[in-house]
Design a protein around this ligand. Structure first.
Ligand SMILES: N[C@@H](CCC(=O)N[C@@H](CS)C(=O)NCC(=O)O)C(=O)O
Length: 229
């Protein structure tokens, strides 16, 4: 457990899977934190001060010092609070592989799921859907090397790639329903889907999952707004 002296704050936004990575990591390591919900249309002075370069959530503020970018925050959390579970493997080669795939899943899947919602027209949308499908296919081909097949019952067995994968599923479901199109079928990617579902029973995952209807309505409005610009 974190020592009492630690002050840990998270600036976040309820729908953000990037924020959720951080709150799940804190919860499974048993680190108490204060949460500040940001209105991203009217960001707090603190957020602008903490992340002036990007002005994005999540920001973790540890004893008054801000850290931005979810993957960097996860590494920081693991280095500062060394109690189990360790979010990264110990061996340098394994750590490198995990960093590679964390980056791949982040940029080639999560970011593109945001891009597809923000596509300006059907043509752009179709192009991005194809890219996402190609990227999930590449991930599927590597799942056996990356995921032991375990079903997580608590946070103790979860590492960083597990956290990313379990936070992907609600976003895929939300984006597909908001767009009324199913483009990542479980039948085509059975291994990736079983990994995405592997943490559904973990309390830290359940506690942080965004409400599906609220998420769909949020994404629908965002999509409509972009298309009306
Ligand atoms: N690469 C960043 C992405 C974070 C991100 O995109 N945050 C969004 C919320 S989901 C945000 O703060 N958006 C505010 C804006 O775009 O102005 C990370 O990993 O932390």
């Amino acid at each position: 457990m974190a020592e009492i002296k630690d002050s840990v704050k998270v600036h976040g936004m309820w729908a953000s899977p990037w924020v959720r990575r951080v709150t799940i990591a804190l919860k499974i390591k048993g680190i108490p934190y204060e949460y500040f919900e940001e209105d991203l249309k009217n960001k707090s002075q603190k957020l602008l001060q903490y992340n002036p370069a990007k002005k994005l959530v999540p920001v973790l503020v540890h004893d008054g010092r801000p850290i931005a970018e979810s993957l960097i925050i996860l590494e920081y959390i693991d280095e500062i609070w060394k109690n189990s579970p360790n979010l990264f493997p110990n061996l340098p080669y394994q750590r490198a592989i995990v960093r590679f795939w964390a980056g791949f899943i982040d940029l080639q899947i999560f970011e593109k799921l945001r891009d597809v919602v923000k596509a300006r027209n059907d043509q752009d949308e179709e192009k991005i859907i194809k890219e996402i499908q190609e990227n999930v296919k590449k991930l599927e081909a590597n799942v056996k090397e990356l995921y032991s097949g375990i079903t997580h019952t608590n946070g103790e067995t979860m590492q960083i790639l597990d956290i990313l994968m379990v936070t992907l599923l609600p976003i895929i479901n939300g984006v597909e329903e908001a767009m009324s199109v199913k483009f990542i079928n479980p039948e085509n990617f059975p291994l990736a889907f079983s990994w995405m579902k592997s943490g559904e029973g973990v309390p830290a995952v359940q506690d942080t999952v965004p409400n599906h209807e609220k998420l769909v309505s949020f994404l629908r409005k965002l999509r409509q707004h972009i298309r009306n610009l």
